[in-house]
Design a protein around this ligand. Structure first.
Ligand SMILES: Nc1ncnc2c1ncn2[C@@H]1O[C@H](COP(=O)(O)OP(=O)(O)O)[C@@H](O)[C@H]1O
Ligand SMILES: [Mg+2]
Length: 353
């Protein structure tokens, strides 16, 4: 095996926005093969929304062809034009026109955070607001599936000449149900597990939010990944959040994690308001016994937690089969089930909308 083999492989990777392979685009440099390692540089002429996914594709391709080697790709930005704008300034510019950015967070996965974020986004859109949602759960993106937009490939447009000419490349969100959606899920095959290292995940996440042509929005909801780790800290620092909504189930375990979520926004370096708590899966009501409520995850957990942290309880959402089915089919339950819609409208009202 030699350098040419590697180059040949990389020639099969097409940059989707430029319709040319990455070798012809001059993006591959310094291919180096040692006893157990294949190394090269992947050069980008500017910030590129597709950089993470391209790098990942290179890695996967070479690794699958040469499983005995370690693959190491050094991603570099080499700007052609002088463009001294700070990342942060650029970031703000990239999302001008976007009103309030609201993080939807939970300490724990599986509490229905994405379900709540998607249904709330659709409800706000139905109420007449301009809404976008960025699926910032780079490890387990589910928004594409929940909105039946899986397989959609966002267009990339070049603003002010594009990144090669000192401008920026922006990703165009996918519109459905009156909401603009963006997810890392649009850039990777759905069955592919997304297990990335911290900094990479963090970059991808910022791109999903900042390098998007959102247009005019009243609200941009962020479906955060579960947890309170580095990604979250980087995010609450770098994204101009208006505040957060916390989602939890009534279970004590979930609540212990939610406390960490609250502290993430309340710590003195971050200090963002928490608009409230949404208790999900509060009770179960079987269709044949509509007056019965079974509190299978315990009763009153959300209320206790809301009192303890002086956060408004925005609403309680029951366990409804249609909510789960809506998530699976990609048709959010607020569009088909009046009682679910009402629950979410009440939450919006509690938010003052
Ligand atoms: N209120 C609810 N009633 C029924 N199923 C729900 C409800 N909330 C969430 N689910 C289901 O629970 C699962 C986990 O929800 P999800 O939104 O993906 O959680 P998270 O984003 O917190 O990991 C999904 O299958 C979803 O359809
Ligand atoms: Mg989720």
């Amino acid at each position: 095996m030699n350098k040419d083999n590697i180059i040949k492989l990389l020639e099969t990777i097409i940059h989707p926005a430029k319709d040319k392979d990455i070798v012809s685009l001059g993006m591959v440099e310094d291919v180096d093969i040692s006893a157990d390692k294949i190394k090269f540089k992947l050069i980008f002429p500017g910030r590129d929304p597709l950089s993470e996914s391209l790098k990942k594709r290179c890695e996967d391709l070479i690794q699958s062809n040469y499983p005995d080697y370690k693959v190491s790709i050094l991603e570099m930005i080499r700007e052609k034009k002088q463009n001294k704008a700070l990342m942060v300034e650029e970031s703000f510019e990239a999302i001008s026109g976007v009103g309030k950015i609201i993080a939807v967070a939970s300490g724990k996965g599986g509490v229905g955070k994405s379900t709540v974020a998607v249904n709330l986004a659709v409800t706000l859109a139905q109420m007449g607001y301009k809404v976008g949602l960025a699926d910032a759960d780079v490890y387990g993106p589910s928004v594409a599936k929940m909105t039946d937009t899986e397989g959609s490939v966002p267009e990339v447009i070049m603003k002010d000449g594009g990144s090669e000419n000192g401008g920026t490349d922006l990703i165009v969100p996918i519109e459905r149900y009156g909401v603009k959606w963006m997810s890392i899920g649009y850039f990777a095959r759905p069955e592919q597990a997304l297990i990335w290292r911290g900094p990479m995940a963090c970059n991808a996440l910022k791109q999903m939010i900042l390098q998007v042509e959102w247009g005019e929005l009243d609200f941009l909801l962020l479906d955060l990944p579960p947890g309170t780790g580095d990604i979250h800290i980087a995010l609450v620092h770098d994204i101009p959040l208006a505040g957060a909504i916390i989602v939890s189930t009534p279970q004590a375990v979930a609540l212990a994690d939610v406390e960490k979520g609250v502290n993430l926004f309340r710590n003195k370096n971050v200090n963002k308001p928490i608009f409230g708590l949404i208790e999900n899966m509060s009770w179960f009501t079987p269709e044949e016994l509509p007056d019965n409520k079974y509190y299978i995850f315990g009763k009153g957990g959300g209320e206790k937690m809301a009192n303890k942290y002086q956060i408004p309880l925005l609403g309680q959402i029951p366990i409804v089969q249609g909510i789960m089915e809506g998530g699976d089919s990609g048709l959010p339950a607020v569009l088909t089930q009046p009682q679910v819609r009402e629950a979410f409208e009440n939450i919006a009202h509690k938010l003052g909308l």
